[in-house]
Design a protein around this ligand. Structure first.
Ligand code: HEM
Length: 115
C-alpha cells in the first residue's frame, strides 16, 4: 500500500502485489529513511490482542485508543510511546471504524481480541 507522496514506478503494478489505496498512514519512515520503500505492509489482525502498543511507532497503548477519533487531534498526547519530547501530537493513520456507535465499537474490539 503506497503512502501519500509516493509516486508508483510504472513497473511496480506488474512486479508486486500493490494495493492502490492510500489511507493516511504516516509517510515519513516510508519516504525519508534508507529502508523506506514508499509502501506499508498491511499488518495482519491475527494476534492483534497481544501486539500492542499499536501502529508503527507504538504510540497507541490500546485498541480502544486506536479507534478513538481524538488521536487525530494535534493536542493529543499519545497513550503509548510518547517520543523523547513527550509532546502532544496527532497520531494519524486510517480512519476506519473511528465513528462507530459506542456499542458497535465495543463489539468490534471484542471481535478483534478473538483473532
Ligand atoms: C474496519 C476495517 C479495519 C480495521 C478494524 C482495522 C484495524 C487495524 C488495527 C487494530 C490496526 C493496528 C494494528 C497494529 O498496530 O498492529 C491497524 C493498522 C493498520 N491498518 Fe487497518 N484496519 C481496517 C482496515 C484497513 C484497510 C482497508 C487497510 C488498507 C487498505 C488497512 C491498513 C492498515 C495499516 C497500513 C496499518 C498500520 C498503521 C501504522 O502502523 O501506522 N487497515 N488496522
Amino acid at each position: 500500500m503506497p503512502v501519500d507522496g509516493f509516486q508508483l514506478p510504472a513497473d511496480h503494478k506488474q512486479r508486486f502485489d500493490v494495493m492502490e489505496m492510500r489511507i493516511g498512514t504516516d509517510p515519513s519512515y516510508a519516504l525519508k529513511t534508507h529502508k523506506g520503500t514508499g509502501y506499508y505492509k498491511v499488518p495482519s489482525l491475527k494476534g492483534v490482542w497481544y501486539r500492542g502498543p499499536f501502529e508503527h511507532n507504538g504510540r497507541i497503548a490500546t485498541l480502544e485508543d486506536w479507534f478513538d477519533p481524538v488521536r487525530l487531534r494535534d493536542d493529543y498526547v499519545p497513550t503509548g510511546f510518547k517520543g523523547s519530547d513527550s509532546k502532544a501530537r496527532s497520531v494519524t493513520g486510517h480512519p476506519f471504524a473511528l465513528n462507530l456507535a459506542p456499542e458497535e465499537k465495543k463489539a468490534l474490539i471484542v471481535f478483534l481480541r478473538t483473532l
